[in-house]
Design a protein around this ligand. Structure first.
Ligand code: ADP
Length: 401
């Protein structure tokens, strides 16, 4: 069985075809600058040179057409025709309160994704366009929506309600949703599997530390809490996002600088985080580490603040679950930065007996136990695989149709 996985961003489209018998990625690629001059598709087949198509893509419909042409191209393609694709799995950013799990797309599902445009204004329209483009290009093939928010639907009201007048929840569904759900779901279940913890009761904390970053707590695979909120802006310090701040800062800066709330939100999303803290040096954590190593004070503070915030969330989630069995690190920083993993665990959690084994921790992007044998909590590096999780959900749904 071959499953096409699509992840449509506001101006990009990432795709993979996964052979579900072997779990091999047959090909993957990226359409960039959709709707912007200079659109380009890069198609990658393992063991072959990249195939690049430079053609204007006004929207995701055109991008899907170019993907179909690339995967069936007689020189660079991997399948003879789209008939060899059994189903399409779509990452959908926001499912609102409606979707607690992945679902086969029908007209009601599309209407619900449309209803969530307000909650995911950049991504949901692109996600829906990707679904409709696939329906057009591959009529009759099942499309499955996998929501970034469905893992967070496990939260109880005490974790998801904001302390605001209840009318805003009732009128506009203002609550905490959480994001990176596919990754937290995949990594937390993998953590249970490889640690041998009891799948029904295991208390797991996943630190998804990439450009976007979030922490989740789950018991028996069900989300108890997660650090992102109504939008991905809440929680940790990220590449360019501020994470938690006092909301009064918004009014203060808007008044002082004479800017609108929309301008301020743009600053909080795109110009803050370690990028903003380092005076605009970079949103890439490697550059921030280099800056800190060269003695740049603002980079040092940004890095320390980032790790401190991660540790504070981990600590609060240990309290939320009244314990923890496994901590797992994933995504760009979590998979590659041994120092962040060590400091989060030892600078802040050694009081409760969390111990990292330096030799085990000296690893990148490889699934591995990194805690010492006498650590009270098992700590793992688990590379995330959101595409595989989307493909697995898609396979499960179409097989049980
Ligand atoms: P996203 O999917 O949110 O864009 P990723 O999970 O791909 O993010 O992570 C990207 C981040 O990972 C970048 O900020 C990058 O600097 C960071 N990263 C990659 N390798 C390292 C490393 N060796 N040390 C520290 N950070 C790293």
């Amino acid at each position: 069985m071959n499953i096409l996985v699509l992840n449509c961003g506001s101006s990009s489209l990432k795709y993979q075809i996964i052979n579900m018998d072997t779990k091999d990625v047959i090909c993957k690629g990226l359409c960039e600058r959709i709707g912007i001059e200079g659109s380009k598709l890069t198609h990658k087949v393992p063991g072959h040179d990249n195939y690049v198509v430079e053609e204007y893509m006004p929207d995701h419909k055109k991008a899907v057409e170019l993907v179909m042409a690339a995967i069936t191209d007689k020189d660079h393609g991997v399948i003879a025709s789209v008939d060899e694709i059994d189903a399409i799995g779509h990452r959908v950013l926001h499912g609102g309160q409606k979707f607690t799990a992945s679902i086969i797309v029908n007209d009601d599902v599309k209407a619900a994704i449309r209803e969530c445009f307000d909650l995911g204004p950049l991504h949901n329209p692109a996600n829906l366009m990707g679904i409709e483009a696939c329906e057009h290009a591959m009529p009759g093939k099942p499309n499955v929506a996998v929501f970034d928010t469905s893992f967070g639907m496990g939260m109880e009201p005490k974790a998801y309600m904001y302390a605001l007048p209840i009318e805003y929840y009732e009128k506009y569904s203002i609550r905490r949703y959480g994001f990176h759900g596919t990754s937290h779901d995949y990594v937390s279940h993998r953590a249970i599997e490889i640690s041998g913890a009891d799948p029904k009761t295991a208390k797991v904390i996943v630190c998804h530390l990439g450009n976007g970053a979030s922490v989740s707590a789950s018991i028996g695979g069900v989300c108890v809490d997660t650090s992102m909120g109504l939008t991905p802006l809440e929680g940790l310090i990220m590449g360019t996002r501020s994470g938690d701040i006092d909301p009064a800062i918004v009014q203060f800066i808007c008044n002082k600088e004479g800017i609108s709330v929309d301008d301020m939100l743009n600053i909080l999303n795109k110009k803050s985080g370690v990028f903003g803290m380092s005076g605009g040096r970079s949103s890439d954590f490697r550059d921030i580490e280099d800056g800190a190593a060269e003695g740049d004070e603002s980079c040092k503070v940004a890095l320390e603040a980032f790790r401190y915030r991660v540790a504070k969330y981990v600590g609060s989630y240990i309290a939320a679950m009244n314990g923890v069995d496994v901590i797992a690190f994933t995504a760009g920083v979590g998979e590659n930065d041994a120092t962040t993993r060590k400091l989060v665990c030892e600078q802040y959690l050694s009081y409760m007996g969390v111990k990292i084994d330096d030799e085990r921790n000296n690893v990148r992007g490889q699934e591995r136990l990194i805690s010492a044998d006498d650590s009270t909590v098992k700590v793992y590096l688990i590379p995330t695989n959101e595409e595989l999780k989307i493909a697995l959900d898609t396979q499960m749904l179409i097989e049980n149709k």
